[in-house]
Design a protein around this ligand. Sequence first.
Ligand code: SF4
Length: 620
Amino acid sequence: MKEITGLSNRVLEINVTDQTYSVYEVPYEDTVKYLGGKGLALKLFYNRFIAGTDALSPDNIIVFHTGAYMGTGAPCSGRFSAVSKSPLTGIIASSSCGGPFGMALKTSGWDGLIINGASDKPVWIEIDSGGAKFNNAESIWGKDSDYTQNFLKDRGAGTIAIGPAGENLVNYANIISGNRFLGRGGMGAVLGSKKVKAVTAKGGEFKIVAKNREEFKKNRSAFIADINKNEFTSIEYRKYGTASNVKPAIKNLMLPVNNFRDGTHPDFENITGEEIGENHTLGYSTCKPCSILCGHKGKFGDRVLQVPEYETIGLLGTSLGIFDPVAIAEWNETCKLVGIDTISAGATLAWAMEAGENKIYKTNLKFGAADLVNEILEDIGYNRGAGTELGKGTRWLSEKYGGKEYAIHTKGLEAAAYDPRGSYGHGLGLATANRGACHLSATMMSLQAFSRFSYKFRIMGNAYITMFMEDLNFAINSLQTCQFTIYAVFGERYLTKYLPGIIIRILNLIIPQIALQVVSVKHYFRTYTSITGIKLNQYKFRRCGKRGHLLERYMNTREGITSKDDTLPHRFLYESRTSDKKNRRVPLHKMLRRYYWYRGYDRNGIPKPSTLKKWGITIP
Ligand code: SF4
């Protein structure tokens, strides 16, 4: 079998309108600057996308990129990214997935895939090292994601597909690959608008090897050793998955209950990771390859289903007042089959329940009542009845009916399941995240509430730490290793492991600019260097993330984003909760100005021309 060393630097570019394809050779300079994965996907998108293009027009583009780790056996390297313009938010959407398509694409000889144009009739696309073949998809159009993936299972080693929701242009339709998703921002609707039901990649045509095999072996072993030492990655997540976050979320009053009206509930013990693990979990169901193994399947009633992630438990469960793991697992499955994001779906239903209580929106949905939820999720996916409007998301509904003060979104993206009134830094991170209210952009809830790396109710320090984490997470997503590795990479360093927590918190409060520089992230860049031969150190590595974050921000400002959009739902800024005796609200505006200053944005949140120039971002 032929070998590819690290990256092939070849991207397959498909035009669905005239069913043609071409090969794009990625310039070396772009790889050095953006690394791969999310970073290169964004750069490829930037080079082609005309600002202001409608997300569902044939001129929107969707770019997939696998990254350097994919195929090498590096830790948690089964992930790939997609970038497009979101129909839900109207700005740049990015998402990461651990399904088999990434490996199949890369071992077919392609680092990435670009799809533009739109077909008149439904198609599915078959990729191998020679290019793309277009097939009629009328027989699977309208079918759910299980049927579609089963239908195509012999046609390639990995598939991406949409369910009915993508075909029906539901604003938060997802893309499935195996049991994993490109979940956020409605990229399923982008594929649906192009009439692309699925893409398969043959896979297995090339072997992916590291440039310096000995170094790679050494780096990989050291990386995995830390993953296997760390409590989060080797015990909590491996045993209970992300559902293990339920207990710390409750402890820190961050679990959304009844549309984030409260942070706790007497029935929460029913849906903890430990409870689900002991009573339901049967085994692993993970991204591949993975060294942490946070994904599980389990028995729920008489069905074997995916164990719901923490976010799904929070948004599709507790935020609807539901604490029944069987119901949540079944609704999770329904979302998978019809192809919708569980976070946005849950948040939209929670808005509907509260709007119904307030009599501004007619619905029979009620907090704590499970009976109608499954039906309405199907209606959203199949674009029926009330589901048609609910499929447009929380922002759209609150603009039509009112109830903006309890529409829990930022920039149109429904918030993840951590209430920022339990961590001010997390609040800043939700407000500044490029794709909307995303917990994975800065992951400040992990640093402040779960690991006490910095003070959760202080203002000082947050602006710098948020920026630092956004840049680092962007860089990690450009390698395409799982973000959960950061627990091991941060947590197993001598300084962070053995220095008393109070000292770390004080340093991060007063001098985060210095304190954070000494935390080594060597596993990430050393592994990358041994795979590609591209020399990196931790400053260069983080700078790649900073450049990517800035480019994404700049692209968003071209779509109209300013400081007015870097905000939080009214509820987080102005309402307190009975469970919080101190009545805390997020003091966002005190942190935001400083954040802009660190970022090199002007007062309106727009990157200054000098900032763009400094980072080599050229304005077309
Ligand atoms: S830890 Fe979980 S999310 Fe990360 S790669 Fe492994 S299975 Fe996927």
